[in-house]
Write a protein that binds this ligand. Structure first.
Ligand SMILES: Cc1ncc(COP(=O)(O)O)c(C=O)c1O
Ligand SMILES: Nc1c(O)cccc1C(=O)C[C@H](N)C(=O)O
Length: 423
């Protein structure tokens, strides 16, 4: 490790201590199993809430081990997708009865996009175009392309910020990410939703990188459908089930492309003909993945006394402070932030372009600062306000500066990246 004294460090260390002392969410960190590493990868996999192992052990030994089949009713397994859906809904601004938990985000993107196209096409006008965020996380793009082929639509990739001007009378649906997985840019959910509606189309939002990090306001902004995962800022665990939001007004017309028996009006009637259930249940498919789902339910308990507005305020303070620390510690020209500076356009991560980013991140992880690397040259740092403190942020920036000063561990020299230095 470098023995270089980083200029500005004492002042920023003191400031971090003051910010941590004033942080109203500080005690929440104790609700998570963390070690000495600075964990800035909660935008990929959230940390383990301490209450989960004991709850999962009870589900396995008592509910499954002793009660066995009785647990579908007695332990509330059958209704878990809607019950937990309401809890997730509360965090993304959805009133009860509109969110169902289950399946992966990819599967829910499929249900949502095809379901939305069917609603748009049933309105009478000729709508044969799906707009998709051109910078989307790949799975959304792949599935939107397949959904387009299945519904007789063409897929038109556009920048998320351009959706309001690209939407038109042929548009059936726009599929947009609330926060960009690579840059951390937050897109204008209220404005884009209003523009899509003005064109007579529907919008599907992917909330993977915003749910649990900032207020979303699904009902308040009249969103049609939304999907998201629960293993990032909601800390549900690896592969924890995703969710589907279908606004009350669309539920009667939501015609799922995956009408499994769990979404049937009378699932135990075992009827040969399909008849959809009312409400959020209509978004279900097959048997819920109970172990993952109940782990998620236990993980969501950490939110019981937390206001999402407080989380957002701390998230912005953390990312502001990180950008300042990087600007102070890292020599000019070594990294370039691609995350917007304006608060209204920033999610809860900072992405820095950097030469040799893969090797730099590997060395950061070796030195106890865990972020991730995204092709081709992005260092990604996610800030989970429930367990990240300001001292963590200062340390991460300081170690980054040390790694860049020392050069990547694999010996490859770091070339300065393009201009636009962080801070
Ligand atoms: C924006 C976004 N959508 C979808 C996914 C994929 O979700 P899943 O693997 O749960 O289908 C991810 C991350 O994995 C993501 O970041
Ligand atoms: N879901 C993931 C996985 O199963 C393995 C590794 C990473 C992930 C992720 O969630 C990646 C994440 N969506 C991203 O923003 O890059």
């Amino acid at each position: 490790m470098s023995d270089t004294t980083i200029s500005g460090a004492p002042a920023l260390t003191d400031e971090a201590a003051r910010l941590d002392a004033a942080d109203e969410l500080r005690a929440k960190r104790d609700a998570f199993a963390l070690d000495d590493a600075v964990y800035l990868d909660g935008n990929s996999l959230g940390a383990l809430p301490r209450g989960v192992p004991a709850r999962l052990a009870d589900v396995i030994t008592r509910e499954w081990g002793s009660l066995r089949i009785r647990s579908w009713e007695e332990s509330g397994w059958w209704t878990a997708p809607e019950r937990i859906g309401d809890r997730v809904g509360h965090l993304v601004g959805a009133a009860p009865g509109q969110v169902v938990v289950g399946d992966s985000t990819s599967v829910n993107v499929f249900k949502a996009v095809v379901g939305a196209v069917r609603i748009a096409q049933a309105r009478g006008a000729h709508r044969d175009q799906i707009l998709v965020d051109e910078a989307t996380f790949p799975t959304d793009g792949y599935i939107a392309e397949s959904a387009a082929r299945m519904t007789g639509c063409t897929l038109r990739p556009v920048a998320a910020a351009d959706v309001p001007t690209a939407v038109g009378p042929r548009t059936a649906v726009a599929l947009v990410n609330h926060a960009d997985y690579r840059t951390g840019r937050l897109h204008d959910l209220p404005g884009t939703t209003a523009a899509v509606h003005a064109a007579g189309a529907l919008v599907v939002w992917d909330l993977c990188h915003s749910a649990g990090a900032l207020p979303v306001g699904l009902d308040a902004h009249g969103v049609d459908l939304a999907v998201g995962c629960t293993y990032k800022y909601l800390n549900g665990g690896p592969g924890s089930p995703a969710y589907l939001y279908v606004a009350h007004e669309h539920q009667p017309r939501f015609d799922s492309p995956l009408p499994g028996w769990n979404s049937h009006a009378d699932p135990f009637g075992m009827e040969p003909a399909y008849a959809p259930a009312d409400g959020a249940v209509r978004g279900r498919v097959g048997t819920p993945d109970i172990l993952s789902m109940l782990a998620l339910e236990a993980a969501l308990e950490v939110w019981d006394d937390v206001a999402i507005e407080a989380v957002r305020a701390k998230s912005l303070a953390l990312t502001d402070f990180f950008l300042r620390c990087v600007g102070t510690y890292v020599p000019a020209g070594r990294v370039a932030s691609i995350t917007p500076v304006e608060h209204e356009r920033r999610g809860s991560q900072v992405a820095l372009r950097c030469a040799d980013a893969g090797a730099v991140m590997a060395e950061l992880v070796r030195r106890g600062v865990v972020g991730d690397f995204r092709n081709p040259d992005v260092l990604r740092f996610g800030f989970t306000p429930l367990y990240t403190g300001f001292a963590d942020v200062e340390r991460a920036a300081r170690v980054l500066a040390e790694v860049l000063a020392d050069g990547p561990a694999d010996g490859r020299a770091g070339e300065p990246s393009e201009s636009g230095v962080a801070g």
